[in-house]
Write a protein that binds this ligand. Sequence first.
Ligand code: SF4
Length: 502
Amino acid sequence: MFLNFETVETQSLADQIIKENEIERYLEKGRDFINDEEIWEKLNKHVEPDPVRVREILAKSLAIETLEPDELAVLINVKDPELWEEMFATAREIKKKVYDNRIVTFAPLYCGNLCINNCLYCGFRRENKVIKRRVLTIEEVKREAEVLAGEIGHKRLIVVYGEHPATGAEYIRDTIEAIYSVKVKTRRGYGQIRRVNVNAAPMSIDELKMLKEVGIGTYQVFQETYHHETYAQIHPKGTVKHHYQWRLYCHHRALEAGVDDVGLGVLFGLYDWRFELMGLLYHARDLEKKFGIGPHTISFPRLEPAANTPFVQETKYKVSDEDFKKVICLIRLAVPYTGMILTAREPAHIRREILGLGIVTQTDASTKIGIGAYSDRYTEQELERQQFQIGDPRSLEEVIRELAEMGYITSFCTAGYRCGRTGERIMDLLVKGKERIFCKLNAVLTFKEWLDDFASEETKEVAQKVIEKEMEELKGMVPEGVYQKLLEYYQRIENGERDLYF
Ligand code: SF4
């Protein structure tokens, strides 16, 4: 009954959805943890950073300790290109120490584009009349999952929903269940989605408990901008999303509801990137302080063109490619344990450059963001069906081959979540540099699965060299018994068994 989005009364919905008591319990002296004046004060205080101080801070990052806001402000203010080189090198070293040589791949799956909000920068905003609105049925969701798991070979998805009663928590629960139920025969084994991460609107604790029960992966919500005034301007009054704090504390609610992993993000281009970085750090620190668990991932999308959305061209805060690289480096240094997601919003040449920096951990590929686009098999981007325009539509195979040529191993690993390496436990393993060994073992096994099931001979050839190098390194890293087990699993995968992991 909610399919006609224009008939939904947003103000009354906001009153029903937002639970003030689920916000108030986290406020300190009635305030949230983003103090705009304090952030600007810190950024302005450290304009001439001392290189000795910078190096002390880098040593702290390298010890996998979350930085203090003042320390990040110092790094943000560095201007010396040589010092920046050191910062990039440290960021690379941290990534290697925490996550080793692997890049995890996934695909987004948009289930609906109805939305009761009116965010000025978004193609899906309710007043945008040019968008063709649609919500996938459960059968259609399964068909999308069949293509993704059975033909492309993905094992992880991020499932995306606008904010609308038609795609509320119950629909999300049903779609997650439907996706997990899909199992498709492949060349040598079978394909299945093993981890469903969710990008959806802020929810109540009860709703999040329901999603926890069906096996939600990471619950990802981007604050978009941490700057209170900008936030209020671009998320108009009378919409649910106008409520800054309902959004700001949704990860707190998720952790309280028992969801293991949460993902933060900023939409770069809405406000000054230096402020946004500080906002991300304050957010990570508040989660650490209240729950002992920081963000599982941080995303850093940049604004992209969307149908009939002039705001994107008009913003004065666009982040240049040079600054974008700094942003990525600074996130790694500020929150060294976190997973970092680079998406196909970025054009191929930027993705290549960023992945080559060796700092990020995850990227999507074969990405289609039109509703129903995977099973409809349309190849052109159609802005009327999409939230924004993507920059890199290359296939998973092309991306994997390129990564292999650069020396990276693509991982489809989802083992950690199913062995209880989540939340506080995984934080501990990441910080101590132990998770990287599991990453490496499981990257080899899942990469082997993918190559056997989906790769062309040409890709296999490049990839095999990477697998051999990784296995050689593992020989010196793990006890003999574990290495023998790896060899045994490897052989069993070659024989068609699937989903063997450490
Ligand atoms: S950004 Fe999200 S909430 Fe805002 S209009 Fe777009 S889909 Fe809706």
